[in-house]
Ligand binder design. Structure first.
Ligand code: TXA
Ligand code: MG
Length: 312
């Protein structure tokens, strides 16, 4: 099933493939002309670096310098899985991949098809397979919506998690999370017994070190905003996503997740895209409160803030 896609990638073409988080737009990590196609197809700013996707721990060696014991523990514990690690880079790594930074981001995705693909092609750079500024794709239809019906997509249905990987910088201490994801600071701390900082994206340092965090991402054309705790879902032009309350008014435009944050994370980007197809002017998402401790909450809050255009 993968043969055609492997041939394309070996020929320097770009292919969308499933991971456990979102669909990625893959290109050979050592082929500059293939990588240029990724930036061109997405309309991605050239100062935003890419994640190298591997299918073994030893595949990190040609890219990363100074792999610490902590980094090794994290790779052994969380890989394959939704954790991207940032290392100091080796000189041979293409500047196109790292956007000229002296670090490189690497992860080993767990989806079986991505593992087989990368094992057979070698390392692939892969940003999310959406046009820059659109919500990340969690279904093959989303990729085709952005890149056209003929675009090569390895179709594996919906992705499992639906939000992008946690990005953790282990190139300097204290280690820092630039983008929260399904793997939390707490889980990382439990493995290496060190405190992890979470750097918010309005922070100058985060913007300089992880340029992707400074762009408004993940946004539908509809406006995204928080729904206040006391506010009722009564506007027919708004799509409401509620997580704790059961809606007083049921309707096509009022969706209740009843405390299931995994499901909200899994569906969030698809709901954003649906809101545009169905002509909603606004998507209003019930605010999160301090007593909501699900491990996906920091990632959800981060993505919703970004979609709302906030610099938080
Ligand atoms: O779950 C994911 O990570 C997905 C799937 C396809 O693996 N990929 C993804 O890639 O979300 P992308 O390009 O949409 O986001 C990569 C993020 C950006 O915020 C970028 O700035 C950051 O990782 N990044 C990449 N290289 C970096 C580096 N050397 N230093 C700091 N941040 C880096
Ligand atoms: Mg992206």
């Amino acid at each position: 099933m993968l043969d055609r896609f492997i041939r394309l990638l070996n020929d320097g073409e770009i292919v969308a493939f499933p991971t456990e988080t979102v669909y990625g737009l893959g290109a050979d990590a050592w082929n500059p002309s293939a990588i240029k196609k990724v930036f061109a197809r997405k309309g991605r700013p050239s100062d935003n670096p890419l994640i190298v996707h591997v299918a073994s721990i030893q595949s990190v060696d040609p890219f990363a310098l100074d792999i610490s014991d902590d980094a090794r523990k994290l790779m052994h514990h969380f890989w394959p899985g939704p954790l991207t690690l940032i290392f100091k880079k080796k000189p041979a790594v293409l500047d196109l991949v790292t956007a000229g930074l002296d670090t490189v981001a690497i992860r080993w995705p767990s989806h079986p098809l991505s593992q087989e693909l990368i094992a057979r092609t070698g390392p692939l750079v892969a940003p999310s397979a959406n046009s820059s500024g659109k919500p990340s794709p969690t279904k093959p239809e989303h990729v085709r919506e952005d890149f056209g019906d003929d675009f090569p997509v390895i179709d594996a249905g919906e992705t499992a998690i639906g939000l992008e990987s946690t990005v953790l910088d282990v190139s300097q201490e204290p280690y820092r999370i630039y983008r929260p994801g399904a793997i939390t600071a707490r889980e990382i701390e439990d493995v290496i017994h060190k405190n992890i900082l979470t750097v918010s994206s309005d922070n100058q340092e985060a913007a300089a070190k992880s340029p992707g965090t400074k762009y408004t991402h993940y946004a539908p054309d509809a406006a995204v905003r928080w729904l206040g705790a006391d506010e009722l879902p009564h506007d027919p032009d708004t799509l409401y996503l509620l997580h704790s309350r059961l809606p007083e008014q049921q309707g096509d435009n009022v969706i209740s997740y009843a405390g299931d944050f995994r499901k909200l994370g899994h569906e969030l980007y698809d709901r954003f895209r649906q809101a545009d197809h169905q002509g909603y002017r606004t998507v209003a998402i019930e605010v999160f409160t301090a007593d909501q401790h699900d491990s996906l909450v920091p990632a959800l809050v981060n993505r919703i803030q970004k979609a709302a255009g906030s610099k938080q």
